[in-house]
Structure formats: C-alpha cells, structure tokens
Ligand binder design. Structure first.
Ligand code: HEM
Ligand code: HEM
Length: 417
C-alpha cells in the first residue's frame, strides 16, 4: 500500500465530493422510508411521479374508487409502479397506501408541469429581467459616480490640488528608466507560481478528506495531504523567486520605481484614484514612472502582502517549531490561519484589477514593457505574453497527483488514504 498506487487513488481530482454530498436524497423529496428502500435509483421517481399525476386525475377519487386508481397510486414511490404505466396497474391497488388521500398534491404537480421551467428560484425570463435591471443599475451608478467626480475635480480648490499633485511625483535623480529582462522573467515566474499556489491553497481549504498523503522522510510523524505538499513546494520556489527579485531591485536601483520615496505619494495617489473614477485616466508612462496609486499597489503587494502570506504560511507549516511555547503563545496559529486566507483574497483582487488595467490602458505598450523589454507599440510583448499563458496553462494541467506524486516521492513517502 505505501508508495504503491496513490496516484491512481488520488487521480480523481474531486476528492472534495464526499459520497454524502453526491446523494440526491434531498432533491427527490422522497419520504425517508422510500429512499432507504430504493436508494439505487433515487433520481427517477420524481419526474415519473409528476408525469403520472395527470394520468390519474384523482380529484373525484372517493366516488370513482372502484374504477380509477386511487390517488394513492402516484404517492407510492416504489419505482415499479410508475415505471409500468400499463392499464393493469389500477387493477392492483396497493392496500397499504390509502393513508392520506389529500387531493392537494396531484393538483400541485399538475400545475407545476404546465408552469415554465425554473432555473433556481426564477424562470429564464425572470432571470433576464433581473440581469437587465442589474445592468441598468450598475450603468446608472457608474454614470453618477463619474459625473460627480468630474464635477468635484472641476471645483477651484480641486484644480489647485490636482495642479500640485498631478497623480505622480518625480523619481529620485538617477532612477533607472525602463525594464531590464530580469524584471520580466521574475514577474512571469511569480505569476506562474501564484496561480498554482492559489489553486492548491483553495483545494487545501475545501478538501476535508484528501485522497493522497505525503510523509516526510526525516520526520515520519509529519504527514500532510499531497496537495498541501504541492502548495508548500510551490511556496519555496515563490519565496526564492521573490528574494532574488528584491535583491536585484535593491542592487540595481529599480527599487525606486516600487518604493515610495516622497510623502506626496498619498495626495498623488488620491488624484490618480479620482482620475480613474472620472474615466479621464491618469497618463500612463510605466516605462519611466508609475502613477502613485500604482506604485502604492505594487509596493503593498511586494513588501506587505507577500511577506504576510509567507509569515502566516510558515506558522501553519511543519517547519515551524512546535515546542517553542513562548513564541507560540505570542504568535498563535489561529492568528496565522485568520490572516492567511484574507491575504489570498487580496492577491486575487489585485491580480484581477492589475491585469484589467494593463489591458485597458494601452495593452500592447504595457505588455511590451513587461514581456518585450521595450517601450514600443507592436505585437512582440503580446505574443511573448501569450506564450507565457501557454506555459501557465501547462503548469495548471500538470498540477495533478499523477505528475506530482512521483516528484513528491523524491522528498518523502506518498500514500493513498
Ligand atoms: C499574467 C497576468 C499579468 C500580466 C499580463 C501583468 C502585466 C504587467 C505589466 C504590463 C506590468 C508593467 C506595467 C506598466 O508598464 O505600466 C506589470 C507590473 C507589475 N506586475 Fe504584473 N501582470 C500580471 C500578473 C501579475 C501578478 C500575478 C502579480 C503579483 C501577484 C503582478 C505584480 C506586478 C508588479 C509588482 C509589477 C511592478 C513590477 C516592477 O516594476 O518591477 N503581476 N505587470
Ligand atoms: C511562503 C508562503 C506560504 C506558505 C509557507 C504557505 C503555507 C500554507 C499552509 C501550511 C497551509 C495549510 C493551513 C492549514 O493547515 O489549514 C496553507 C493554506 C492556504 N494557503 Fe498558503 N502558504 C504560503 C503562501 C500562500 C499564498 C501566496 C497564497 C495565496 C495567494 C496562499 C493561499 C492559501 C490558502 C487559500 C490556504 C487555505 C487556507 C484556509 O484553509 O483557510 N498561501 N498555506
């Protein structure tokens, strides 16, 4: 068993679906006794029961009792009855059923068969209505905000403010211009890793009964799910990449683009935010200097969010010293757990806004900055970016137990549940 074929066991990447959840009991609406009697075909009886209802318009049941099947017929959920709608059925009225001859139920099922099909709580037409109303509300709200901010920016004192704080400030003398190739590489590798880190983190969170485990060679008591092992393996690469990035930033002067060097970054960031909200977006010249809001966002991502993810992640991981009583009392694992997940939410939000703005503010030029190493408007950076997406997709496909387990075995023992 150990090390034998966990990959096979682990292959169904949906260990998140425990058998209980797959059960369709609640959907069939069958009485408990029926469901326990015939658990193997739980899905069928419901539609058949409703379709058989009109066939037995049981309302006048009491009078017609001898000829028509009693209203009880559709209620007997024993699958055999509805599945053989032969005329013989009425002749064998099951004696056990006529407990509750309520006519309400057949009426309801008949009505539901003529009503339009529902998607969740609403019909398709109602959904369209809701979508239209929502879209109008959003457009209306955005228009109001845009007009209000434009009006606000037009006020005398705001004009002076924007004149003094145009949205960005000059970089220190000697700041480098443009992106060296290593920035592009580090940026790509970071994106490649973080997508998989987020995916594995979410799986760890969701997956209450993992299928495959990894046990440390050095400490056989340290056993974790294979997904958590992958999460942490990717984290190590991510930390190495980030450390190299920061070292290079500070040894080349590139840090001046990311680290605020003037307090005016705050009022400038306010101007930039207002300009975004007014849809007269701040001038985009990332090759030379980011606007202040952009600089703050990058700074927070690199120098606050990433270290937070690392510190809280390490606290929860096996490398943290479990015996250090005072240290653990000062930094309880619950804190780490409480912070780690919101940090992921921050990363996801940052990535969505970041990528959307990259594309909305001169896609070809921006992509050339980061992926093509040049300040030009042509398709070079775009195609390198597309290539990077292909590599990321390959990483996504490869991050499955079949491929991960052999790698994990180099560092420890992999077992199935
Ligand atoms: C795959 C999707 C992504 C694309 C297309 C993209 C694109 C870009 C571009 C074009 C720039 C330069 C902006 C400019 O010239 O004005 C940039 C900078 C940056 N991006 Fe991304 N990005 C992506 C994902 C990420 C992710 C996942 C992170 C971090 C979690 C990130 C963090 C950064 C940072 C920190 C900078 C500033 C880098 C520096 O100047 O040294 N990006 N990105
Ligand atoms: C050095 C970096 C990191 C380390 C050492 C680390 C470590 C860990 C560990 C040990 C867990 C398991 C927690 C548990 O047992 O419940 C975990 C969960 C998780 N990680 Fe990380 N992680 C790191 C970075 C990240 C990053 C950058 C993200 C996302 C941007 C992330 C997202 C998650 C998520 C979503 C979970 C599930 C949290 C939950 O169950 O509430 N991790 N991580």
């Amino acid at each position: 068993m150990p090390g034998s074929d966990p990959t096979a066991a682990a292959e169904p990447s949906g260990p998140t679906r425990p058998p209980q959840r797959r059960s369709s009991l609640p959907r069939t609406g069958l009485p408990k006794t029926a469901s326990t009697a015939a658990p193997s075909a739980p899905a069928k009886p419901q539609p058949e029961a409703s379709s058989s209802a009109p066939a037995a318009p049981a309302a006048p049941a009491p009078a017609a009792a001898p000829r028509t099947p009693t209203p009880a017929a559709p209620r007997t959920p024993a699958p055999a009855v509805p599945r053989t709608p032969t005329p013989a059925a009425p002749r064998t009225p099951t004696p056990t059923v006529p407990r509750t001859p309520t006519p309400a139920r057949p009426a309801a099922t008949a009505a539901s068969s003529t009503a339009p099909r529902k998607l969740g709580p609403l019909t398709p037409a109602q959904w369209v209505g809701v979508a239209v109303i929502l879209a109008l509300a959003i457009v209306g709200l955005v228009t109001i905000v845009v007009l209000a901010v434009r009006w606000f920016l037009g006020l005398g004192f705001m004009r002076d403010f924007v004149h003094t704080y145009p949205g960005q400030y000059a970089l220190p003398n000697g700041a480098p211009v443009g992106f060296p190739a290593w920035v592009g590489w580090q940026h790509f590798f970071n994106a490649f890793l973080i997508v998989l880190i987020i995916r594995t983190g979410l799986t760890v969170r969701r997956d209450k009964r993992p299928n495959a485990f990894w046990t440390s060679k050095r400490n056989p008591k340290h056993k974790i799910s294979l997904t958590l092992w992958l999460h942490q393996g990717l984290d190590v690469l991510w930390l190495v990449n980030g450390t190299v990035f920061v070292v290079l930033l500070f040894s080349t002067g590139q840090w001046m683009r990311l680290v605020p060097t003037d307090w005016s970054v705050f009022p400038n960031a306010l101007t930039a935010a207002l300009k975004y909200a007014s849809l007269n977006w701040p001038t985009d010249d990332g090759w030379v200097n980011y606007n202040s809001l952009q600089q703050l966002a990058y700074f927070v991502t690199v120098f606050i969010a990433a270290p937070l993810a690392a510190i809280t992640g390490v606290r929860m991981s096996g490398v943290w010293p479990k015996e250090a009583k005072r240290l653990n009392a000062a930094y309880p694992v619950e804190w780490a757990r409480a912070v780690h997940f919101p940090v992921m939410i921050y990363f996801v939000a940052f990535i969505i806004v970041h990528v959307a703005l990259v594309f909305a503010t001169g896609a070809l030029r921006n992509l050339n900055h980061m992926y093509g190493g040049q300040d030009a408007v042509n398709w070079v950076g775009f195609w390198i970016f597309v290539l990077s997406l292909v590599v990321m997709a390959a990483g996504w496909v490869a991050a499955r137990p079949l491929i991960v387990a052999p790698i994990a075995r180099v560092f420890g023992k992999v077992t199935a549940r």
